[in-house]
Design a protein around this ligand. Structure first.
Ligand code: FMN
Length: 228
């Protein structure tokens, strides 16, 4: 048993959680008055600072979607690109999230960089990129990751690890004999934002929040401070 487990068992879970530090920092500074007119450059500045400071998996984000039962769903994905059009990620179109996005093409992304005490939230509509761009993304991935995509069974029930390992070996063998093999269902998606919020923690809890808003996804941005 680790030391943390011992501490947890000594008291209630509530006390244990209350004793954990948040916003330990060292926190970054953010002056919303100096923020640019558009959010992408500021996002890339914050991401670069998190990477430079050694935040692990700084380009990982939570993708939230609307489930087929109309309830929320969420999972962590890797950010593939950001440009003036939007935020890109890649997924199998026949995974739960792919089916959810086909059904309701709206989503939210959440980033958290604890060393800086920074959160970024992005909401908008999601569109699939053309097949050749999705194929290029897939071909740039490691063979083992491509093999999983070829199976196309993500998140369906698995009967045994042996069944999985055998199927992966067979898919890897196919990739070795056909190096350009791609799955037509692997999809690069772009989230075109209508809202992007920058949230900067403050040790005294007077957090700074700045939200960029544009109801028309190709219209101009307006900027608004938000109550913490
Ligand atoms: C750090 C991290 C990065 C991940 N990156 C991806 C990714 O880029 N694409 C992907 O489909 N799944 C990725 N996953 C796995 C997803 O979180 C999720 O388990 C999987 O996509 C199935 O989600 P779904 O059942 O909602 O479709 C990642 C998981 C972690 C923890």
């Amino acid at each position: 048993m680790g030391a943390d487990n011992g501490a947890r068992k000594a008291g209630s879970v509530r006390e244990w959680l209350r004793g954990l530090e948040v916003f330990a920092g060292p926190l970054a500074q953010f002056d919303p008055a100096g923020a640019p007119a558009e959010p992408v450059g500021l996002f890339l500045d914050w991401l670069s600072e998190a990477v430079a400071a050694g935040v692990p998996d700084a380009h990982a984000m939570t993708l939230s979607t609307v489930g087929e039962d109309a309830g929320p769903d969420a999972r962590v994905l890797i950010l593939k690109n950001v440009d003036s059009e939007g935020w890109q990620f890649a997924a199998h179109a026949n995974s739960p999230k792919g089916r959810q996005l086909a059904d309701r093409p709206r989503a939210a992304l959440t980033f958290y960089w604890p060393l800086q005490g920074r959160q970024v939230r992005v909401r908008g509509t999601v569109k699939p990129e053309p097949p050749e761009r999705s194929a290029a993304d897939l071909l740039a991935r490691a063979p083992s990751a491509r093999a999983e995509v070829l199976l196309g069974r993500q998140s369906s029930h698995l009967d045994s690890p042996e069944e999985r390992d055998g199927a992966l070996r067979a898919a890897l063998a196919r990739i070795e004999s056909e190096p350009e093999l791609v799955s037509a269902e692997w999809t690069l998606y772009t989230l075109v934002p209508t809202e992007t919020e920058f949230w900067q923690a403050d040790k005294d809890r007077v957090h700074d929040r700045l939200r960029y808003e544009r109801p028309d996804p190709h219209g101009p941005w307006t900027r608004h401070l938000l109550w913490p």
